[in-house]
Design a protein around this ligand. Structure first.
Ligand SMILES: C[S@@+](CC[C@H](N)C(=O)[O-])C[C@H]1O[C@@H](n2cnc3c(N)ncnc32)[C@H](O)[C@@H]1O
Length: 185
């Protein structure tokens, strides 16, 4: 889909081009092993979410920018479990009628200001034992602040709706990003 090599019908997943790929490579306990229902926030043109939909169950992909969304729709054409939604992840009420409830995982990579707020607003979709797999980009919150301070403040907001299970920097693959695994409170 993005020039990645393939073997036996499977596409290589480049952790340098995907926060979730980086989280897998670093050994995060994602809880994803196949067949899960996934809500993916910040799908862009579908690089990562296409991999997710190749092994997961129903995968709802939210993206609000029309240009990448066009490629996302193309990526969804051959994938009958991938459902693109041209929506703003800050207003989940606009897609709540489409996304089934109790999803197993929310994957979030919106790289925009208010990343924790987006995760909190979408917590309503997660099953009680579901997982949030979140990448926080420090520079999207504040280009001048120290990344650690940005991450602490985002985690404080997240804790209002989630229990944090795991955090680790993704710098080996994505500079100044924090990977977070959390579950609803
Ligand atoms: C870093 S890119 C995502 C890359 C993608 N997750 C991947 O690995 O293939 C961030 C994307 O989030 C989208 N985005 C940012 N804020 C959003 C919002 N409020 N609602 C929906 N999409 C948003 C941007 O348009 C952009 O395409």
């Amino acid at each position: 889909m993005y020039g990645e090599p393939t073997a036996d019908g499977w596409r290589a997943w480049d952790p340098g081009r995907s926060k979730l790929g980086g989280m897998f490579e670093l050994g995060f306990q994602t809880g994803l092993s196949g067949g899960e229902t996934v809500l993916y926030l910040g799908a862009a043109s579908g690089t990562t979410v296409s991999h997710v939909a190749d092994f997961a169950g129903p995968t709802y992909a939210v993206e609000f920018a029309p240009r990448p969304a066009r490629d996302l729709v193309e990526a969804a054409e051959p994938r009958d479990r991938l459902f693109p939604l041209l929506k703003d992840a800050r207003t989940p009420t606009r897609y709540a009628h489409v996304v089934e409830s109790d999803v197993d995982a929310i994957v979030q990579d919106v790289a925009t200001r208010g990343q924790a707020e987006v995760a909190v607003r979408n917590a309503r979709f997660l099953a009680d034992d579901g997982r949030l797999l979140l990448a926080i980009k420090a520079r999207s919150e504040d280009v001048t602040a120290a990344p650690e301070a940005v991450f602490e403040s985002a985690l404080d907001r997240l804790r209002e709706a989630y229990e944090i299970l795991e955090t680790r920097r993704l710098d080996r693959f994505h500079e100044d990003h924090l990977g977070v695994v959390a579950t609803p409170k």
